[in-house]
Design a protein around this ligand. Structure first.
Ligand SMILES: Cc1cc2nc3c(=O)[nH]c(=O)nc-3n(C[C@H](O)[C@H](O)[C@H](O)COP(=O)(O)OP(=O)(O)OC[C@H]3O[C@@H](n4cnc5c(N)ncnc54)[C@H](O)[C@@H]3O)c2cc1C
Length: 702
């Protein structure tokens, strides 16, 4: 008896010591041993998927999606970033990617199955115990954002995060400003890294959290302890609102419509799904067509007419514009532009831009570009009585007796808004992020727009019988590189610098196929003929140096470029280089002998000042191709702006498949199809967004 109770005591003591040890180590999952290896599992997201999970004894080290047929555009982030987040956090309780819950949950399910197969316990991943402790002081942490590194300096006391400063960032200011203002505040307030990401800037938000997590490690803490789920109840409240006009979407079209509706005497509500206004407008260059405006005349252009603008837009769009809608646009773009200055207070420079597509100078770039005009619209809206709801997404239209009488929207905090209105204006932007809506012809092309362009307005319109047309019409540029699956960065400035030096564009046979300085659509047409839509800029060192020096301005950081060069064509984006032509072409399977012949022939053209094959302007043939090292950089067609959408009449009312009006429902900006044809002149998109929004006031005032 005595002996047994002694043993029991010892056993209890040992158990207590073990528990204490586990608590000190601070992470219960380390005790779970798995059989290391790669485990392949079948799960179901939107569709069946095959997932390969690599496990070490204690950690999830890699997750690969081997087979999937998830909805392109919607599931992209869940398929690419989400597996990385799981590996980084070692947490199977992290939030699913918003709008891609099924895909995210399927991946989590797959990892759990793999852990079980490996003899582990999935519940150990996410259940972290221990005490939050730091070595007091300020520490730095770095993480990869959208455009490059985000660096945070974090100040700690012994058990608290005291302050966070973002000290380095290449992120798009318009989006990151909101993240850098809101996220550190929330993290300090809640002493948790498990705070909500900023809607509309998820990648930057994740980078901030990760960078702070890295600083936590530097301070001797365990970031996983700060990742604990703090159960936050979503509101179940349903609020009923009534107004005259509800505008869905806070880009230039939506805010213009809200402002002119209010000017026409209406009570207005505007809802925006993101944490910030601006949509694509704020990310754009801010080029805008202004035919017939006082601005244009004041800047010395008096020979423009709506007829000339009509012809230019019609020709550029391949004669695919609806003539009546285009007429509406060209007749009103001038008045709309003047309104942005006279009423909204937008600032403009003292000259216009020359574009070969326009017979007359009519392209204005607002001061501060797209962000400039967007900020001006928001500032004006803040002076009005327009009721604004950010972080509030329209999910349903309210229909009564065949007429649209409002919108149901969901706010990020869970509140449901039932907004009754006489008129609903859909200004949700385009559908570039929705591969399923774009059509197969764009499958190999790459998207450089934002996730916000998810065709919500088209879904809403279609749900009440609205007709959609021209879904694969997009504005294409020829200088994309595929830095994430299906997602582009633009090398526009670098490519232009390459043509001004000795760069040539070749196919996989090693042949030139087009005038590199010719019209964009001609280059895109050649790219579209290639198996994977890729042509390659071939450069010697001198030209590559120019390419590199000029590549900035489109979210490509030095560090990003270095990483791509280091990969040396093994993975996308293809940036291959070698000492000789043979070495360089070998990496990408490009015909070396043909390329050598192409190079020699091109050098003769440079010497003679005449491109016998494609007529490149001698102005851009000042430099031949010299000795190695050589570079080959991929070039794919990239798109962001979509030109199709809901069909509308000249009162911007949405039409059904029989061409009949759906009463109470309007579509404007990128949500409305038909104006720009199958291609848009820079400035016709913002021009149309503002003009169509400007017209809404008059239309609803009738
Ligand atoms: C990088 C880039 C550069 C460009 N440069 C130019 C240029 O210089 N000139 C030019 O003419 N065009 C340019 N464009 C195209 C131009 O920006 C767009 O055509 C134009 O901004 C469309 O305006 P919009 O108001 O219709 O849509 P957006 O500005 O995209 O606004 C739509 C808004 O609706 C919100 N929204 C979407 N769904 C919902 C929902 N369910 N509920 C609530 N809100 C919702 C979105 O979050 C967004 O804020 C560029 C585009 C990009 C991406």
């Amino acid at each position: 008896m005595f002996k047994t109770s002694q043993k029991n005591k010892r056993f209890k003591l040992l158990t207590l010591v073990l528990i204490a040890l586990v608590m000190i180590v601070g992470c219960s999952k380390k005790e779970v041993k798995m059989n290391p290896g790669e485990y392949t599992v079948d799960v179901t997201g939107m569709q069946p998927m095959k997932v390969a999970v690599t496990l070490s004894e204690t950690e999830i080290t890699d997750i690969k999606i081997l087979e999937q047929n998830e909805t392109k555009g919607i599931a992209d982030e869940a398929l690419t970033s989400f597996p990385k987040q799981i590996v980084e956090s070692q947490d199977l309780t992290i939030d699913a990617v918003s709008n891609a819950t099924k895909t995210s949950n399927a991946i989590i399910e797959g990892v759990k199955l793999a852990i079980q197969k490996a003899g582990g316990n999935p519940e150990a991943f996410g259940e972290v115990t221990g005490t939050i402790k730091f070595e007091p002081g300020t520490y730095e942490g770095v993480a990869e954002g959208h455009n490059g590194q985000v660096k945070a300096a974090v100040e700690f006391s012994g058990d608290k995060i005291l302050s966070v400063k973002i000290i380095e960032s290449d992120e798009t200011e318009h989006l990151s400003d909101v993240v850098y203002e809101q996220l550190p505040k929330a993290i300090i307030e809640e002493q948790s890294l498990n705070v909500d990401t900023v809607t509309g800037a998820t990648v930057t938000s994740m980078a901030v959290k990760k960078a702070i997590g890295e600083a936590v490690k530097e301070a001797g803490g365990n970031p996983e302890l700060l990742n604990k789920v703090s159960p936050k109840e979503l509101s179940t409240e349903v609020k009923e609102l009534t107004t005259d006009v509800v505008v869905v979407g806070g880009g230039s079209a939506g805010i213009s419509a809200a402002l002119t509706s209010e000017q026409a005497g209406h009570k207005v509500i505007l809802i925006e799904k993101n944490a910030m206004y601006g949509g694509h407008t704020a990310l754009s260059g801010g080029w805008t067509l202004i035919t017939g405006s006082k601005i244009q005349k004041d800047l010395g252009v008096t020979n423009d007419t709506p007829e000339l603008a009509f012809d230019d837009v019609m020709a550029n769009g391949g004669n695919n514009s609806d003539p009546e809608l285009l007429q509406l646009f060209v007749d009103n773009m001038g008045a709309a532009a003047d309104w942005t200055v006279d009423y909204v207070g937008a600032e403009i420079p003292d000259s216009l831009k020359v574009l070969p597509e326009n017979q007359v100078d009519r392209a204005l770039v607002y001061t501060g570009g797209g962000k400039g005009i967007s900020d001006a619209l928001v500032a004006k809206m803040n002076e009005t009585e327009i009721q604004q709801y950010l972080n509030t997404k329209a999910e349903e239209l309210i229909i009564e007796n065949g007429e649209i009488v409002g919108v149901v929207a969901k706010a990020k905090d869970g509140t449901t808004y039932k907004i009754k209105a006489d008129s609903v204006v859909l200004a949700t932007g385009g559908h570039g992020a929705r591969r399923d809506l774009l059509g197969e012809s764009l499958d190999s092309f790459v998207y450089y727009g934002a996730a916000l362009a998810s065709g919500d307005g088209l879904d809403l319109g279609q749900s009440v019988g609205g007709d959609i047309i021209d879904m694969s019409f997009v504005e294409l540029f020829e200088n994309g590189v595929e830095w994430k699956p299906g997602i582009a960065k633009s090398t526009f400035n670098g490519s232009m610098a390459a043509w001004e030096a000795g760069g040539i564009l070749v196919d996989r046979n090693g042949n030139r196929v087009v005038n590199e300085k010719g019209m964009g659509p001609d280059i895109v047409a050649q790219q579209a003929k290639q198996e994977d839509a890729r042509l390659f800029i071939f450069m010697d060192q001198a030209t590559f140096t120019k390419f590199r020096e000029n590549i900035g301005g489109y979210g490509i950081s030095e560090q990003m470029l270095d990483g791509w060069l280091e990969n040396n064509g093994k993975v996308k984006p293809y940036f291959a280089h070698g000492q000789t032509v043979d070495e360089t072409t070998g990496i990408l399977n490009i015909n070396a002998e043909n390329l050598k012949a192409t190079m020699e022939r091109y050098n003769t053209f440079v010497e003679n000042g005449l491109d016998e094959d494609f007529g490149r302007d001698p102005k851009y043939m000042t430099q031949g191709i010299g000795d190695g090292p050589y570079y080959l950089v991929e070039q794919l067609p990239r798109y962001a702006t979509t030109l199709g959408g809901l069909t509308v009449n000249t009162d911007l009312q949405v039409l059904n498949g029989d061409g009949q009006v759906i009463k109470g429902l309007y579509a404007i900006g990128d949500t409305a199809a038909g104006v720009r044809g199958d291609n848009s002149i820079s400035g016709s998109d913002i021009g149309w967004a503002i003009t169509s929004g400007y017209l809404i006031g008059d239309i609803l005032g009738k």
